[in-house]
Design a protein. Structure first.
Length: 373
């Protein structure tokens, strides 16, 4: 296999963050390379399934607010440049049943933190009473103990369109994309990284590893233990045509002390179904080992334990269900660090289920770090 000319920077993994990074790297005029074991966008990792919630007051951490704000600016700029609609602002509500303490993504008092961050950062929001919520959004059967946070700028992103658009523009701007090209090994040769794929070997001066759950392929056995792969299921449930879902926002609802005591959902994008999901933190050793099929028993359990008694206007008919996964750290924080202690190689991983909304700004920031080093 002949070695290619030397690239200024290479990105391994072109999902949410990697596609954003290669797009911003391509704006620099440098010779940049993006590699992926699949051909994104695809349905085998963490960034598919039609929609992802975005919001500005992120209870996962106050330091993430700036990333979310910058990402909203970048999505709008990307839309203007490409003519593709990626971000739909619907408003969003965060519900806390108020019956038991609720923690999410390692954050105790998630609802309170969200409301506090919104106030601290002057994010347009309201704390409506339950009657106001019931009158405006009758689908939600919130107990009398419940509390609701409403955010004006929340909405949903189209992950496949976002990734595909960034990769298309990156290619048009001179980036080389090697798709269906898994990186089998990385060696350091002098001042360059040697990236070996089944068909070819590449050399790069700078490196970003943004391989999602496949980050484990580039880590020592000890380092792998920092990251958990957790299977997630997305459901599309039939709407009752006699019920109006008009002007429904995106929503998140916590109703118990465990991380799985949670549901989130989206307005109908097809006019026939509502997409909903919960979260699971059962570990799988590697994304290649994920069970991709969704059983009828899993659908029934979701309906009985999460939907029944909480969401009106739906029929217990699952139009379809899909599997994706989270790459999770113990504290649900992002990992951004030099790979093997080398300042010319960055590793980013473990978005822990709340990363897509930040991916545009993360990609921009990582591209700048690589270019400025």
């Amino acid at each position: 296999m002949e070695k290619q000319e030397i690239f200024d920077a290479a990105v391994i993994g072109l999902g949410a963050v990697g596609s954003a990074a290669i797009y911003h790297l391509s704006l620099s005029g440098k010779r940049v390379l993006g590699l992926d074991r699949f051909a994104p966008p695809h349905t085998l990792s963490s960034s598919h399934g039609e929609s992802r919630i975005t919001r500005l007051a992120v209870g996962e951490g106050e330091d993430y607010v700036a990333l979310a704000k910058r990402s909203h600016e970048l999505w709008r700029a990307l839309e203007a440049k490409s003519g593709v609609r990626i971000f739909t602002q619907t408003g969003g509500i965060l519900i806390d049943s108020g019956e038991k303490p609720w923690a999410k993504h390692g954050s105790e008092g998630f609802w309170d933190r969200t409301a506090r961050f919104a106030k601290n950062h002057q994010i347009a929001h309201a704390l409506p009473n339950l009657k106001e919520v019931s009158d405006q959004f009758p689908a939600f059967r919130i107990p009398n103990s419940g509390r609701v946070y409403w955010e004006k700028e929340a909405g949903y992103l189209r992950p496949e369109l976002a990734i595909g658009t960034q990769l298309r523009l990156a290619g048009e701007q001179g980036a080389e994309l090697a798709l269906d090209s898994p990186v089998l090994g990385i060696e350091k040769e002098g001042n360059h990284f040697c990236l070996r794929t089944p068909e070819q070997t590449y050399l790069a001066e700078k490196l970003l590893i943004s391989a999602g759950g496949w980050v484990k392929d580039f880590l020592s056995e000890t380092a792998k233990k920092r990251f958990k792969i957790c299977r997630q299921i997305l459901h599309w449930i039939e709407v009752d045509p006699s019920f109006s879902w008009k002007d429904t926002p995106v929503w998140m609802w916590g109703f118990g002390p465990d991380a799985e005591d949670f549901i989130y959902g989206f307005p109908s994008l097809d006019g026939q179904s509502i997409k909903m999901a919960t979260e699971s933190f059962l570990e799988v050793d590697h994304p290649d080992l994920l069970r991709r099929e969704v059983s009828w028993e899993e659908q029934k359990e979701f309906w009985e334990q999460k939907v029944r008694g909480r969401i009106s206007g739906l029929r217990p008919n699952f139009i379809r269900s899909e599997v994706c996964f989270y790459t999770v750290t113990e504290d649900a924080r992002f990992v951004i660090e030099p790979w093997r202690g080398d300042s010319k190689a960055l590793l980013v991983s473990a978005c822990s289920g709340h990363g897509f909304k930040h991916s545009a700004a993360l990609g921009e920031s990582l591209a700048h770090r690589l270019l400025d080093d």
